[in-house]
Design a protein around this ligand. Structure first.
Ligand code: F6R
Length: 243
């Protein structure tokens, strides 16, 4: 069972998502937040910054773990997810930098990078609220369609669809890294609460598959149907294929 809230548009979705984060932080000031990058959560982060600047939020006790990072991109690279988070959220609120965790894209040794990130995730404790976006192919984090659900952090080869979809952030398709480190589905699933944000017509078909179709690693997000505390926030366009 999940709760589905349909919003008029992206703006309303972002405001509602921020409201749910605020609710979480009011309940537990030292919450662990699982954070996503990409276009979808940007509006929510903007709202959170606004509320922080208005004196309504305090992130000093918050810890965060991000879902993923491109393999081969340094924190300073403007396309790295660490940079994205610093730019769009962390540098604008009073979260303690040492409390924020993103996989190390510069660790070349895949096994070590994954092991290290799993240890970081464990060190912050249970994720209280995990924010997720939805990939066009049903990925969550960078867990692409596969034969099985991943458990812990893993190194993935991005699919052509994901590379094409993400090239909008780069100068050319060739510049998009081919691999990424991502938190595993098992770790994502261990979060106490999950908030899935989905916006736009292009996501309507995959959202319908993820929520109504069979639970299968071919549609990684479909596993969320089994989660005990999932809220799906979708705008009207994204929800248009759900009857
Ligand atoms: C990013 C992430 C991805 C995105 C997904 C949707 O950290 O984990 O799963 O959430 O690719 O991206 P947007 O929001 O750009 O459509």
């Amino acid at each position: 069972m999940f709760s589905l809230e349909i919003t008029k548009d992206y703006q309303e979705l972002s405001e509602r998502a921020a409201e749910l984060v605020v609710k979480q932080l009011k309940k537990k000031a030292n919450s662990v937040l699982g954070l996503a990058t990409g276009s979808t959560p940007l509006g929510c982060y903007e709202q959170l910054v606004k509320l922080y600047k208005a004196g309504e939020l305090d992130f000093s006790g918050v810890h965060s773990v991000n879902l993923d990072e491109y393999r081969g991109l340094a924190a300073e690279d403007k396309n790295s997810y660490r940079h994205f988070m610093d730019e769009n959220l962390f540098s604008k609120i009073n979260i303690v930098k040492e409390h924020t965790h993103v996989p190390d894209g510069m660790e070349e040794n895949r096994e070590k990078a994954c092991k290290d990130y799993d240890a970081e995730i464990l060190s912050v404790g249970e994720i209280d609220l995990q924010i997720l976006g939805l990939g066009l192919d049903g990925h969550i984090g960078f867990n692409e369609p596969a034969d099985f659900f991943s458990k812990g952090t893993n190194c993935v080869r991005l699919t052509d669809e994901t590379i094409e979809s993400n090239q909008r952030f780069f100068r050319s398709k060739e510049e998009v890294p081919r691999e990424a480190y991502t938190m595993g589905i098992g770790s994502i699933f261990s979060a106490k609460k999950i908030l899935l944000l989905v916006s736009g017509k292009a996501k309507a078909g995959i959202l319908e598959k993820a929520l109504k179709g069979p639970v299968t690693p071919r549609v990684p997000a479909s596993i969320l149907q089994f989660h005990r505390d999932l809220t799906v926030l979708a705008d009207e366009e994204a929800a248009s294929a759900l009857s």
